[in-house]
Design a binder for this molecule. Structure first.
Ligand SMILES: Nc1nc2c(ncn2[C@@H]2O[C@H](COP(=O)(O)OP(=O)(O)OP(=O)(O)O)[C@@H](O)[C@H]2O)c(=O)[nH]1
Ligand SMILES: [Mg+2]
Length: 414
């Protein structure tokens, strides 16, 4: 069964926590397709979940509300269409506060978590350096071994070639030592990454600056939306969130939990309603309320599914009706554990949503973070930040030198 057949049959038979589109509803009306409506009409139908006056604690888990579902229970509340391929699991927001709980094990340092995340890639690389240690300089077979290891560590052929060419040119006046070789490699990697290490710059004149979050299922879009909201709110900006993942009621609930946690207003429509209409309504509301930033969280979609990619294109088109530059940032959220598949994701989403930048998540686990270098070399798109945990503070600006050092198995810069 194709995606739309499954989606349609799901719409006919509501799953737990969802309302069938044709079932009697409460006073809220699903917004009709955004492109068919005069602006005024569908701007009045958004559901606005006001930011709490004070940050409220997360709600306790309900049986099937989604955000609090344990990943292992996810199958019961998740649309079948999203069970395909690499779905990772829904957020467990009760875990998010764990870092603050007394008696919890303290979290590793930022660099420590990054190093863990790059561990698999770094290990392959440092092993390949061993044979060269003690020689006066790198010979052809050392360079071949290093190049192979870099490719195996997900850095891609182009970056691996560039890095080994860079190493070949380097003199080792005191001979090759473990330290001088790793330092040289870290510098070469940093050189590739430095030009793309750029934070998202919010334009205060836009009011709001619209940031669209896209990516495949479970890559970390909603969590990253929450983390960005936290950062920008802390900087004194007014942030609003648009729940344009309308496929699952649970997705809207998940974003609302982030809204509560970060003191951010969430604008949503009915589950199953038109995602583009919700995005448009949210944009209208954010303009009316003078918000600085609107972050639009979208549904995960596989890059190969044309219908889903068309829906994303429609969200972009509809937002551009208000301001032709909108969405002002179009960010792909990539799961750092997927390796080379990230490249095909970036290619496909660039075609549909003209990506302006990337955020790589899950670099705290057993990630295959070497792919970040391959992405930087291949796409030259800004890498805005990396995720190193599930908490609201676990998003860091992308630091090229830290990354280069961690990948070469070195400690943090002094
Ligand atoms: N360890 C770790 N987990 C993360 C990170 N970012 C997100 N996650 C987890 O990854 C899972 C999926 O995150 P979501 O934010 O729900 O992903 P999504 O892209 O919104 O998912 P869909 O909307 O279903 O496509 C959740 O369990 C998150 O807590 C990260 O940087 N590190
Ligand atoms: Mg999501």
């Amino acid at each position: 069964m194709g995606f739309f057949d499954r989606f349609k049959s799901r719409k006919d038979k509501p799953t737990k926590g969802e309302v069938a589109p044709d079932a009697p509803r409460d006073d809220k009306v699903s917004p009709p397709a955004a492109e068919q409506l005069p602006e005024k009409e569908f701007s009045e139908k958004a559901s606005v979940e006001k930011a709490p006056a004070k940050k409220a604690p997360a709600k306790k888990a309900t049986a099937d509300s989604g955000p609090e579902d344990k990943p292992s229970e996810e199958g019961s509340s998740k649309d079948d269409a999203y069970q395909d391929d690499a779905y990772v699991g829904a957020t467990a927001p009760e875990d998010i506060e764990a870092e603050d709980a007394p008696g919890e094990k303290p979290k590793k340092s930022w660099f420590g978590r990054l190093k863990d995340g790059l561990g698999k890639s770094a290990q392959k690389i440092t092993t390949s350096l061993a044979d060269a240690i003690g020689k006066p300089k790198l010979d052809a077979s050392d360079l071949d071994d290093i190049e192979d290891a870099l490719i195996m560590a997900d850095l891609g052929v182009a970056a691996a070639g560039r890095l080994t060419a860079g190493l070949k040119k380097r003199p080792f006046p005191d001979g090759v030592t473990a330290d001088t070789l790793a330092e040289a490699l870290a510098e070469e990697v940093t050189e590739i990454l430095a030009p793309v290490a750029k934070p998202i710059v919010i334009n205060p004149a836009l009011k709001p600056h619209v940031v669209l979050m896209v990516g495949v299922n479970g890559s970390g879009k909603t969590t990253t939306t929450g983390k960005l909201a936290e950062q920008w709110q802390a900087e004194g900006k007014t942030v609003m969130l648009a729940a344009a993942d309308t496929f699952r009621a649970a997705a809207v609930e998940q974003l609302k939990v982030w809204g509560e946690r970060t003191g951010t207003t969430v604008i949503s429509g009915e589950a199953g309603s038109d995602a583009a209409a919700v995005a448009y309504q949210a944009y209208e509301t954010a303009i009316e309320q003078g918000a600085d930033v609107l972050i639009v969280d979208t549904a995960g979609r596989l890059q190969a599914k044309a219908e889903l990619m068309d829906e994303l294109a429609k969200i972009c088109r509809v937002l551009a009706k208000k301001d032709e530059r909108a969405p002002h940032d179009r960010i792909i959220v990539l799961d750092g554990t997927v390796g080379q598949n990230a490249s095909s994701q970036v290619s496909a989403f660039t075609e549909t949503a003209d990506l302006s930048g990337m955020i790589i998540t899950k670099l705290d686990g057993s990630a295959r973070g070497g792919v970040v270098v391959a992405l930087a070399e291949a796409f030259k798109l800004p890498i805005h930040a990396v995720g190193v945990g599930e908490g609201k503070d676990d998003l860091r600006a992308f630091d090229a030198e830290d990354f280069g050092r961690a990948l070469a198995g070195l400690g943090p810069k002094s």
